[in-house]
Design a protein around this ligand. Structure first.
Ligand SMILES: [Zn+2]
Length: 304
């Protein structure tokens, strides 16, 4: 893919390194993580939460982000030291790249919302409202989703409509998840933007009668993957997205499937299997039609 000559989004905040003195995810939360997820620890923490902080059950979220409210030690935003983007040439590149991808998602979703070519959940969604991308290092405090450390990976906070990413996650993808490549990184951003789209559509809060919270989460996550694919389809020409790029995204989608991450019990799935994640991404990428992303319209959960 090619990013030179592209528009950079202005909806971008550089928060710097997380507020000093105990910023980031509380130790308590890390303890919970290990208890919940076992010794695979960090990798799973990064990944499972990583691409999907968004739809964790509220109770779990409360555990993971225990210091959310009433903790009183929420770091003020902007309190962080300096600029993430200026810390290193690598970070500078990551920031610039992220702004291009975000700008491209704006260009893609604005007309789709204008035309109303979207799955319908109740009232029409209205015009597209652009989310803001926040880059941070170490830890960050959000406007309504509590404090988070880099260990949780990229996430979207529906309360303030912002995407949060520590550029070091790109390194995690490349080295730990073996999912390298710029388009794999773009997939992560566009997946989080997918959660924003869901927030505007109202599908992020849906639950099919009789299904568990984890199953609702899988439906939401697979839809976000599909919406990421819709972005890829639409941006294909302008960003010169190639077949190789597509396989980078599919490699990334595979790497963060629940089964590949070590869950053998399907009931524990929160994001879907590797096969499902690839299938839904591809479905969006091939059709370019967000209406094809209605994971909630699939009646039989086993057929997702
Ligand atoms: Zn997600």
């Amino acid at each position: 893919m090619r990013i030179d000559g592209q528009r950079r989004s202005t909806k971008f905040e550089d928060r710097g390194a997380g507020g000093g003195g105990g910023g980031g995810i509380p130790v308590h939360a890390l303890g919970s993580l290990f208890r919940l997820l076992g010794p695979k620890g960090m990798l799973i923490a990064v990944v499972v939460l990583g691409v999907g902080y968004f739809v964790l059950p509220a109770s779990l979220k409360q555990q993971l982000f225990g210091a959310l409210t009433g903790g009183g030690q929420q770091a003020a935003s902007g309190q962080g030291a300096g600029s993430v983007c200026e810390t290193s040439a690598e970070n500078g590149k990551a920031c610039d790249f992220s702004r291009v991808v975000l700008g491209s998602t704006e260009d893609v979703w604005t007309p789709i919302f204008q035309r109303g070519q979207l799955p319908q959940y109740g009232e029409p969604a209205g015009p597209y409202q652009e989310p803001t991308l926040v880059v941070f290092a170490n830890g960050v405090s959000t406007g309504g989703c509590g404090n988070a450390s880099s260990a949780v990976g990229p996430f979207y906070c529906p309360a303030d409509r912002k995407l949060y990413i520590d550029p070091s996650f790109y390194d995690v993808m490349e080295k730990k998840l073996r999912a390298p490549g710029d388009f794999a990184q773009a997939y992560v951003i566009s997946h989080e933007v997918g959660h924003h789209v869901q927030n505007l559509l109202g599908s992020s809060r849906l639950k099919v009668k009789g299904e568990t919270a984890n199953q609702a989460s899988v439906r939401v996550e697979l839809q976000a993957d599909c919406l990421a694919g819709v972005w890829g389809h639409t941006a294909r020409a302008s960003l010169e997205i190639t077949e190789e790029d597509l396989s980078e995204a599919l490699t990334a989608a595979h790497a963060i499937g629940d089964d590949t991450l070590g869950h053998s019990d399907e009931r524990q799935f929160t994001h879907g299997s590797s096969a499902q994640r690839k299938r839904w991404f591809r479905r969006g990428f091939e059709s370019g039609d967000a209406r094809q992303c209605d994971t909630f319209a699939v009646q039989n959960y086993a057929q997702l």
